[in-house]
Design a binder for this molecule. Structure first.
Ligand code: ACO
Length: 428
């Protein structure tokens, strides 16, 4: 089989190498396109056909519904690993042994303080501020308190920066929620596990001891693992492209948080729950909302449905749907929202509009049902997504810097005015 692709244009033929990934994915390498053709470029809005990098971190096959981190299936990881192990795996490439995991956790605990001055920044936000805006700002502000830029050629400096953000980010997450709820800020406890500690920092009441609930911690672990990476999605590409200008890790992450916020991306989890609540409040008429979603003159979309890459099923959605049933059952919660979600899914899976367009529930269709059962406010859902995605962003940023990738700078096709002479203000 040829490992070259030929482009014919204006009577000339140009050959470009075809590269093959470890899962036999093929890509035409067009690095020399402009030089070879005298300036031809490509156009691909939304990058639907464009690979921006080679990556060893996450493999996904949208047709077969496969998702693997560093070769391990998402199903096995969600079942058998905890979030910190998965974070280590994503960032450093291998599952840690007990000694490595313990040392990693210890290093994180040693960095978990956030400068007290940061509280002044938090205080300046109104209580009504969306937690994603607060989180993005606080993450950006961390740069001011940790001004040394990472020497990416030093293994120790790189490790130090990674540990620092894995330690401080959960504190910021907890602060954003406590601010929203009007609760005093709480400090972590080094005796607790990584996820347990996050839960404690978010939920500990000032008047009560923190009591661990295994069902809740396991549920959180699972949700965070399922969100931990998803190759070159919108927020990850943002982190990589911002980092490609050699902006620091914290600044790159802050921009990733902003990208995640949008309802077409991570913000979908909040949008899904608000949609389900609206349907319940409206008498549970799912058919009405299905019709709205199909009506091209109505901007309403069935939130939590569809995915740029998954055109068969989203493996994370399968795991989450099962988990939602189990967790609500274990916690003894009956939520009409879950029934409406299942009803919508059933109808969509039988509806030609959704079937023809290969629109299936995505990771966020059921995640909000679980977050709600865990007592997490709706506006915090996307923050929880960011917490889960943190190791993925770090891993992708690290890979990009270690590979010394060039600054990200797409081309365009200009369709504006041709040259025209300037017109003086008085003559316009
Ligand atoms: N409801 C109704 N119609 C939809 C939906 C939906 N949720 N999603 C896609 N469609 C339709 C589009 O209108 C379009 O129809 P057309 O061919 O008749 O014009 C067709 O399906 C293809 O949709 P695109 O928007 O072109 O697909 P794209 O790959 O660009 O978008 C996206 C994917 C953004 C996820 C989209 O499906 C969507 O908006 N879903 C709802 C938001 C959501 O759940 N986002 C979370 C994604 S997962 C994540 O980021 C974690």
């Amino acid at each position: 089989m040829s490992d070259k692709a030929t482009l014919e244009y204006n009577g000339e033929k140009y050959e470009f190498p075809v590269i093959t990934g470890t899962e036999n994915e093929k890509a035409i390498d067009i690095k020399t396109l402009r030089a070879a053709t005298g300036g031809l470029t490509t156009i691909d809005p939304g990058y639907k056909n464009t690979g921006s990098c080679k990556s060893e971190i996450t493999f996904l096959d949208g047709e077969k519904g496969i998702l693997r981190y560093r070769g391990y299936s998402i199903e096995e990881l969600a079942e058998k690993a905890d979030f910190l192990e998965v974070a280590y795996l994503l960032i450093f490439g291998e599952l840690p042994n007990t000694e490595q995991l313990t040392a990693f956790h210890l290093d994180i605990k040693n960095e978990s303080h956030v400068d007290e001055e940061m509280k002044k920044i938090l205080d300046a936000f109104p209580k009504s501020a969306h937690p994603m805006g607060v989180l993005s700002s606080l993450t950006s502000a961390l740069v001011a308190f940790n001004p040394v830029s990472v020497n990416v050629t030093s293994k120790d400096a790189m490790y130090g920066a990674i540990v620092r953000i894995l330690a401080k980010f959960p504190v910021l997450v907890a602060w954003t929620m406590r601010k929203k709820k009007g609760l005093p800020l709480d400090y972590g406890d080094d005796e607790l596990g990584y996820v347990e500690n996050i839960h404690k920092m978010m939920f500990k009441k000032p008047t009560k001891e923190y009591v661990k609930n295994k069902i809740v911690i396991d549920a959180l672990d699972k949700l965070l693992i399922l969100h931990a990476d998803h190759e070159q999605n919108c927020s990850t590409s943002t982190v990589r492209i911002v980092g490609s200008s050699h902006a620091g890790l914290f600044a790159s992450l802050s921009s990733g948080i902003s990208a995640l916020w949008g309802p077409l991306h991570g913000g979908a989890n909040q949008a899904v729950l608000e949609m389900l609540e609206a349907i319940v409040a409206d008498g549970g008429d799912t058919k009405k909302y299905m019709a709205k979603a199909k009506d091209k003159s109505d901007p309403f979309r069935l939130m939590g449905f569809g995915h740029r890459v998954y055109k068969n099923f989203d493996p994370r959605a399968k795991i989450i749907k099962k988990a939602a049933d189990e967790i609500l059952g274990d916690l003894g919660i009956e939520d009409p929202i879950l029934d409406v979600a299942k009803g919508l899914e059933k109808e969509a899976l039988e509806d030609p509009y959704f079937v023809d367009r290969k629109l299936y529930p995505n990771v966020d269709f059921y995640s909000g049902v679980i977050y709600r059962a865990l007592g997490i406010p709706t506006e915090m859902f996307t923050v929880m997504f960011a917490l889960g995605r943190l190791p993925g962003w770090i891993a992708q940023w690290r890979e990009m810097r270690l590979n010394n990738e060039p600054i990200g700078r797409p081309r365009q096709v200009y369709t504006g005015e041709n040259y025209r002479p300037f017109v003086d203000l008085a003559l316009r």
